[in-house]
Structure formats: structure tokens, C-alpha cells
Design a protein around this ligand. Structure first.
Ligand code: NDP
Length: 324
């Protein structure tokens, strides 16, 4: 049995691991088999993470975070978690391999996934003009005509932000009214560089090696047309990855894991949540990292309240895993 298991290997998971490891809790971090490193593995230049004035490649940043966590004794396992039992004082985490690990505390840092349009060319042109993150990639679209898909706050925020770089930004929305808050709508309507294309969905993305345009379909008439573009931002929402904890942890109306105030404490004692899985609003690497720190400090405090015999049992296993 471990003192602590961290599920997730984005900035929240690794920051939690750095803090937990430095507190001598010898955390086990489950990093996922294919998506280890989280969303930043799909990003190129990260220019807004403090401490890297020249910018840093997303995958390099995640490697550095992992090295830092391992340096203090984090054990990283590359597998997917298939099930968890978070009830009771001893939690169990089952991996895809069938292996089961026990721990006194669990940090859930499973992140969120950008919703996708579900078009075949979306994946192919991802990083070649198709993006899900204006803050990350907007800079690369200087002087271009681009489009944002969506009618929520994210789409308005991204479209408005992108006008700093792009010469023109279309907002493609499947209805004729927006879901976005009034203030965000008004800001977008007032921006000369933004033009709305109503009642339209993207039926296809055009371009051999990079985005050259989109095929639009009118959602009322079904009529198709082509729009030339140098980039396409998909801003149709995010889904926190909570499937593992459904029925075990309380969720918010946004679908994120519910935590108490500014803490990482979930509805289950000994279970903490951090990063995008608790954050419907900011979703930045640096805010996820900060939230990971909070979760490790909360977990450390929780562990210090547990009976000595339980803690001794956990420490024996950790010692054995280090000696083997
Ligand atoms: P939302 O779920 O609010 O909006 C998603 C938008 O995308 C909707 O307009 C929806 O259309 C559209 N959409 C969904 N699926 C598809 C699809 N397959 N094809 C085309 N369009 C699609 O997500 P957001 O990310 O915008 O916002 C999430 C939360 O975060 C909200 O609570 C929001 O207020 C908050 N937020 C706040 C910000 C701020 O205050 N600064 C900034 C960003 C987000 P339809 O309307 O037809 O359903």
C-alpha cells in the first residue's frame, strides 16, 4: 500500500507529485499509456509558462516536470486506470494491465478534453492550422484570415483574442443566437475584425498539408459553400475527464469534480482533485500546476491525521518498492 497515488500526468499531476515526493510521501503517479503528459504534449511553443523567457516546447516542459518529480522519488507507471474504489480509508486503483494498487490518499488530476467536431480531417490537420487553443497558438496566425467554431463564451473569448493577430476572424455558429454571456457577445459584436456566419456548421476542412479553408453547410437550408481560411479554431467546449469517478465523487453542474472552496478536497475523505478536472474556467498550464500544488498540500495534511499503524503499513510497501 502507498501513502498516495496521483492519477494524471499533466501539469497538475506532476506538480502534485513534486510536492508529495519532496514531502517524502513517495507517490505513485499513473501517467496513462498513450496520453502521458496531457494536453501540452499536443502543443508546440508554450510562451506563457513563467520561467521560460524564450518559450518552451510543450513536450519538453512535461519531460522537465516529470524529471523533477522523479528526482525526489516519484514512481511513474505508464498505464491507464481502468477502475477506482475511493470509498473507505484504503483506496484501490486498478490499471489496464489488471494490476491493483492501494493508497491512503488519491489525487485525481485527469484533466479535460477539448470537444472535437468529429471530422476526419480535424486530426490530420491538427497542429497544421487546426487548433483548440487560441492562447497557445494564436500568435502563429499573424495577418491571416481564420475562423472560430462555436457560440459559447470560449468561442467569443477566442475570437476576440485572435483579432490581436489575425486580419479577420469569422465565427461559425450552428444557430442564429449565441450561448455566450451578453458581455462576451457584445465585445465580439463590437469588434470590426469579427464577422459571424450564422446557422452554419463545418462539414469538412480543406487543405493537403495545412488548412486552406472549410466546407460549410447551412443548418437551415442544407446548402453547402466554401470559405477560404488560413486557420480554424474549434471552441465548442471541454469535457472534464470524470468517467472514472462517476458515482463516487460529487460533481458540479459544469461536470467538474466538486471541491470545497479553494481547496482540492472532494466529497470523499482522502480523495483530492486538481487541474482541469476541477476547473471549468481558466484551464491554463500554470493554473493547473498551482492546483496540483494545493492538492499535494491538502493530501499531506490529511495523511498527517491518519492513525500511525495505517501510515506504517503504507511506508513498508514504499520501502519495498524502492529496494526492489
Ligand atoms: P459551451 O458549452 O458553453 O458552448 C459550446 C458552444 O459550442 C455552444 O455554442 C454550442 O452550440 C457549440 N457546439 C457544441 N458542440 C458543437 C458541435 N459539435 N459543432 C458545432 N458547435 C458545437 O462551452 P464553452 O467552452 O464556450 O464554455 C464552457 C464554460 O466555461 C461556460 O460556463 C462558460 O461560461 C465558461 N467560460 C467562461 C469564460 C469567461 O467568462 N471568460 C471564457 C470561456 C468559458 P449550441 O449553442 O448550439 O449548443
Amino acid at each position: 500500500m502507498r501513502q498516495i497515488i496521483i492519477i494524471g500526468s499533466g501539469p497538475a499531476g506532476y506538480t502534485a507529485a513534486i510536492y508529495a515526493a519532496r514531502a517524502n510521501l513517495q507517490p505513485l503517479l499513473i501517467a496513462s499509456s498513450v496520453e502521458a503528459g496531457g494536453e501540452l504534449m499536443n502543443t508546440t511553443d508554450v510562451e506563457n509558462f513563467p520561467g521560460f523567457p524564450e518559450g518552451v516546447q510543450g513536450p519538453d516542459l512535461m519531460t522537465k516536470m516529470q524529471e523533477q518529480a522523479e528526482r525526489f522519488g516519484t514512481e511513474v507507471v505508464y498505464d491507464d486506470v481502468s477502475a477506482v474504489d475511493l470509498t473507505g480509508p484504503i483506496k484501490t486503483v486498478t490499471l489496464g494491465s489488471g494490476e491493483t494498487h492501494e493508497a491512503l490518499a488519491v489525487i485525481v488530476a485527469t484533466g479535460s478534453a477539448y470537444r472535437k467536431l468529429g471530422l476526419s480531417d480535424e486530426e490530420r490537420l491538427s497542429g497544421h492550422g487546426v487548433s483548440w487553443c487560441a492562447t497557445c497558438d494564436g500568435f502563429f496566425f499573424k495577418g491571416k484570415t481564420i475562423a472560430v467554431v462555436g457560440g459559447g463564451d470560449s468561442a467569443m473569448e477566442e475570437a476576440t483574442f485572435l483579432t490581436r493577430f489575425a486580419s479577420k476572424v469569422y465565427v461559425i455558429h450552428r444557430k442564429d443566437t449565441l450561448r455566450a454571456s451578453k458581455i462576451m457577445q457584445e465585445r465580439a459584436f463590437a469588434n470590426d475584425k469579427i464577422e459571424f456566419i450564422w446557422n452554419s456548421e463545418v462539414a469538412g476542412i480543406l487543405g493537403a498539408d495545412a488548412v486552406e479553408g472549410v466546407q460549410l453547410r447551412d443548418t437551415v437550408t442544407g446548402v453547402e459553400s466554401t470559405l477560404e481560411l488560413g486557420g480554424l479554431f474549434v471552441a465548442i467546449g471541454n469535457d472534464p475527464r470524470t468517467h472514472l469517478v462517476h458515482g463516487q465523487l460529487d460533481l458540479t453542474p459544469d461536470g467538474t469534480i466538486s471541491v470545497g472552496g479553494r481547496s482540492s478536497k472532494t466529497s470523499q475523505a482522502g480523495v483530492f482533485a486538481a487541474g482541469d478536472v476541477v476547473d471549468p474556467t481558466y484551464r491554463q498550464a500554470v493554473t493547473a500546476a498551482a492546483s496540483g500544488c494545493v492538492s499535494a498540500l491538502d493530501a499531506e495534511h490529511y495523511l498527517s491525521t491518519l492513525p500511525q499503524d495505517l501510515l506504517a503499513k503504507a511506508s513498508e510497501t514504499e520501502l519495498a518498492s524502492v529496494t526492489n
